[in-house]
Ligand binder design. Structure first.
Ligand SMILES: *Cc1c(COP(=O)(O)O)cnc(C)c1O
Length: 422
């Protein structure tokens, strides 16, 4: 793969084997050019929710292409974006009132940060500090990298990244330290917002924390008139068991970011939802208070049509039941590793399950990562461990047999590559 016209993301071209060319997708599967089926146990980087090429979403896209392409989204509007905004507000945590469109999870978070700073700036009492959780991930743009965990991924760009206040991760028994750190940061009166992945930190290693910590953080934020930004880019659309993870903490964030599963994972689209208060802080006869943000493909009508179809699937099909069934199957399957000495931190949040393989040296660049990936690949499984953290985040249509097959492979891989092997 040294010589490649295409420069692939998160790919070390000097080391990786040739890309596998995919010619089609169906349900929980990718099909390669040799006709081999690959079980997509990570939903193609966490985007596919119901399964690949859900017929309702695909049909909506076909239909939308008969009427629309891209339409400028200032001065002009279109029905798919308007209907979708109403639909999102209907299902989002109560109190969110406005929808700002963009095209990726990273931009949804950038928009959220700008909304938060704009809110305080326009109110005449600027606040410039952002609090985040240790191990967080919010995207790969300069702004979102600034808010994410620092490490090998962003070492080269560190000089350009802005500083944020990092709260210690609420590991079991250390929850109070997180709350205290937030309280202390807020006491400065300079914290505009806490940006946080609710209940489950994805790219940071599928780390989970209790809903009670999230609701307590929201209370602290309220006490100090700081905002809470929920980055639900990954946790949204049922992954953690509820439509949005915030529901489990019974909170409404001031700002909520959603993307990945918003179109069922079929087309790129994102939205940043906010309260009336934040929208109104940008309302003024003074044009300087305008929210100055857009991207060319904002609210692409075809992507909005796909998202509307996704909403229809959620309303018209037993999606919640499918999620309950998958959650229960994950629980049963991962239980076999609960007392297994080859693993630590066996955990689950709704449809997502994860466990850490014991290895001499862990972390994202753990030697074992590429070996595990190659092992799974040979067995027709798309599973990409984060270093020694193995996780399954399958589409909701995965069958019991397929899930079993994935767990059997994890079992075998642990014997071959774990520190527990002899
Ligand atoms: C994937 C992800 C992002 C970034 O989304 P992109 O669409 O890849 O830009 C942001 N936040 C979280 C929590 C994510 O998992």
């Amino acid at each position: 793969m040294r010589h490649s016209t295409v420069w692939y993301p998160f790919t070390q071209h000097a080391l990786e084997p040739p890309m596998r060319r995919i010619v089609g997708t169906e349900g929980a599967y990718l099909v390669d050019e040799d006709g081999a089926s690959i079980l997509d146990a990570i939903s193609s980087w966490w985007v596919i929710t119901h399964g690949h090429r859900h017929p309702v979403v695909m049909e909506a896209i076909r239909k939308a292409t008969e009427t629309y392409d891209q339409i400028i989204f200032a001065e002009y509007t279109h029905a798919p974006a308007e209907e979708l905004a109403r639909g999102l507000i209907e299902i989002a945590p109560p109190g969110l009132a406005h929808v700002f469109y963009s095209d990726s999870g990273s931009t949804a978070v950038e928009v959220a940060l700008k909304m938060a700073l704009g809110f305080f700036h326009n109110g005449g009492h600027p606040r410039n500090r952002i609090c985040v959780l240790e191990h967080g991930y919010h995207g790969d743009t300069i702004g979102t990298m600034s808010t994410g965990e620092r490490g090998v991924f962003n070492a080269a760009y560190a000089p350009l990244l802005f500083s944020v206040d990092r709260l210690p991760f609420p590991d079991p028994g250390r929850e109070q330290a997180t709350l205290d750190a937030f309280e202390t940061a807020c006491a400065s009166g300079e914290v505009a917002a806490l940006l946080i992945e609710p209940l489950l930190l994805g790219a940071g290693g599928m780390k989970t924390y209790p809903a009670s910590v999230l609701s307590e953080l929201k209370r602290i934020a309220e006490r100090h008139s700081s905002l809470l930004i929920a980055d639900e880019v990954m946790t949204g659309w049922g992954r953690t068991g509820s439509l949005f993870a915030c529901e489990q903490a019974s909170i409404t964030p001031d700002i909520l970011c959603t993307s990945k599963g918003m179109t069922g994972g079929v087309l790129p689209l994102a939205a940043t939802l906010c309260t009336g208060q934040i929208f109104e802080a940008h309302l003024s006869p003074d044009r300087r208070k305008t929210f100055f943000h857009s991207s060319s493909y904002t609210a692409n009508p075809i992507a909005c049509a796909a998202a509307l179809a996704n909403l229809a699937v959620w309303k018209g099909e037993p999606v919640r039941e499918r999620i309950e069934v998958l959650t229960e199957r994950q629980r049963q399957q991962i239980a076999r590793f609960a007392e297994d000495l080859r693993f630590v931190n066996v955990r689950q949040r709704g449809t997502i399950a994860a466990l850490d393989l014991k290895v001499p040296a862990g972390g994202y660049l753990a030697e074992v990562g590429p070996r595990l990936k190659a092992f799974f690949r040979e067995r027709g499984l798309l599973i990409r461990p984060l270093g020694n953290v193995i996780y399954l985040m399958p589409p909701y249509c995965i069958t019991e047999d397929d899930l079993q097959r994935a767990y059997d492979a994890i079992d075998e891989a642990a014997s071959l590559f774990g520190a527990g092997r002899l």
